[in-house]
Design a protein around this ligand. Structure first.
Ligand code: FAD
Length: 469
């Protein structure tokens, strides 16, 4: 009697309900399939592949080197395994991206028709999207009432221990090697990723421990300051399921119930709400949820898009963010909002092009959170920032990076510029620039647009569509 545990976005042993259930069988075949067939444009991006490589490596170690690996169409791969082994049951934890839901429904039906039991579980959300609805049975569109309702529901905070399965594990002789999945880049742009991250279950736990010991106490006030270590950096671990919200909530229970803890829980619920929106509005990654944005006059300007991607806009906070993204696979949340706003509003470039770039560059690239957040910044989501809220990268820098720590870290060419000009180098007098060893247009770009003028243009463009539907 062999049971398959199909790992997907649940790359951990503890608090893994599918694994715990599979472990009741005499033999367990753990597997991972790199599905590059069903996702289309939403197939895993480059930086996330890097993460996945090391996360699978870590999982394989935890499984006594018994993880079987495959690449391709999951149904075909499962059918082949079933023809070679006496499999009676397949276990997995549910995924929530629209293409994954369609795929899994199809696979479940096919396997059931073959007489194989399929058992699926929730391992990555506090509340699955269909469990929270308004009184009229329609989904919430606004976060706060959704959050209020979610808080009224019972949340299970008892995380499962890792099951003892070492004796039951078996590996398929047809498994390919981790190297054969070719997840790491050929051109080695990943050098800076290594000191920043430890993918895998142990890395996730240690990020959580670090944050609870040193970050949470200043979370509410500190989370907006990219130069401080006040956020958890748990997002890639959560995306790949190396840790569950339930484990985080359980750990939070032993800490004082104060504003920091409450605020952190609220942010975790923004992740849940993003999954919720994606489930109820599967078109979230492609279509403006506020439909009048269909008529928005986006600018088709590949050259400007490239300058934004490369962190060469001439606005230091935007450029620091875009370089953090490129160098480390991550960007601080406040800076994500500022960079996204700059692209969509100051450059008038379609948010979907920004989302696509983030998708390739982020180690935490997540279809739900990325799409929902871009729609939020662009003003076209259900619960979105109003369009006229246009982040000013100069004043945001003065407010949230007051010592310039973050900017100077990612833009070392500006490190000798006095703070007074750090957020607006083009206003620095010639002698100051000379002293700081900066030739504008050479060492650091001049601003690619005027912030006031581009703001006016954005508001005018919005004015054209706001009465349409
Ligand atoms: P913390 O502040 O420590 O928060 C804890 C956890 O709560 C995070 O790990 C994350 O899972 C969740 N969370 C926090 N803020 C948000 C939010 N606004 N929306 C959804 N979940 C949130 N997050 C992703 O995980 N993947 C993405 O692809 C992604 N793309 C984004 C794109 C844009 C334009 C913007 C503005 C935000 C995006 N976010 C995305 C949300 C947010 O920026 C990150 O989740 C957060 O910066 C991760 O850092 P952290 O783990 O230190 O967060």
């Amino acid at each position: 009697d062999i049971a398959i545990i199909w790992f997907r976005q649940d790359l951990r042993l503890s608090d893994n309900p599918a694994l715990t259930a599979a472990a009741r069988h005499a033999h367990v075949l753990p597997l991972y399939i790199l599905d590059d067939h069903n996702g289309g444009e939403h197939t895993i991006g480059a930086a996330s592949k890097w993460w996945l490589h090391y996360s699978l490596k870590s999982l394989n170690t935890s499984l006594n080197e018994s993880l079987s690996l495959y690449q391709g169409e999951p149904m075909a791969i499962l059918t082949d395994i079933l023809s070679r082994y006496q499999v009676t049951a397949v276990y997995w934890n549910r995924c929530y991206e629209p293409w994954q839901i369609t795929r899994d429904k199809h696979i479940k039906a096919r396997l059931s028709a073959l007489g194989i039991t399929v058992n699926s579980f929730n391992a990555s959300l506090q509340h699955e999207p269909w469990t929270i609805l308004k009184n009229d049975n329609t989904p919430y569109q606004i976060f706060t009432p959704y959050y209020r309702r979610a808080n009224l529901l019972d949340t299970d905070t008892q995380a499962l221990p890792a099951p003892g399965i070492t004796g039951a594990l078996c590996q398929d002789s047809q498994s390919i090697s981790l190297e054969a999945l070719k997840l790491r880049p050929k051109i080695r742009w990943d050098g800076n990723f290594y000191p920043c991250w430890t993918p895998g279950e142990a890395g996730a736990q240690s990020s959580l421990d670090q944050f609870l010991a040193h970050g949470l106490e200043n979370y509410q006030a500190g989370r907006d300051f990219p130069g401080l270590k006040a956020v958890s950096r748990l997002s890639p671990h959560l995306h790949f399921g190396e840790i569950s919200p339930r484990q985080i909530n359980q750990a939070l229970l032993s800490l004082p119930d104060d504003n920091n803890r409450e605020h952190f829980k609220r942010e975790l619920s923004w992740r849940e709400f993003s999954y919720y929106l994606l489930f109820h509005w599967p078109e979230l990654p492609e279509k403006n949820l506020k439909t009048h944005f269909t008529h928005f006059a986006w600018s088709d300007n590949p050259e400007s898009l490239k300058r934004w991607q490369q962190g060469l806009t001439g606005y230091p906070l935007v450029d620091a963010g875009m370089r953090e993204l490129w160098q480390t696979g991550f960007m601080h949340n406040r800076v994500r909002m500022i960079c996204a706003s700059f692209l969509v509003k100051n450059l008038l470039i379609d948010w979907r092009l920004g989302a696509r770039w983030f998708w390739q560059c982020l180690v935490d690239a997540d279809l739900a959170s990325n799409s929902a957040s871009w729609q939020w910044v662009a003003g076209c989501g259900t619960d979105a920032s109003p369009y006229f809220r246009i982040f000013n990268p100069i004043t945001q820098g003065e407010k949230f990076d007051p010592q310039g720590t973050y900017i100077k870290h990612f833009l070392p060419e500006l490190k000798n510029l006095p703070l007074k000009y750090l957020f607006r180098p083009w206003q620095a007098p010639a002698d100051i620039l000379k002293k700081a060893n900066i030739t504008l247009g050479q060492d650091y770009p001049l601003p690619m647009v005027d912030i006031k003028e581009s703001r006016e243009n954005a508001l005018a463009a919005y004015h054209q569509i706001k009465h349409l539907s």
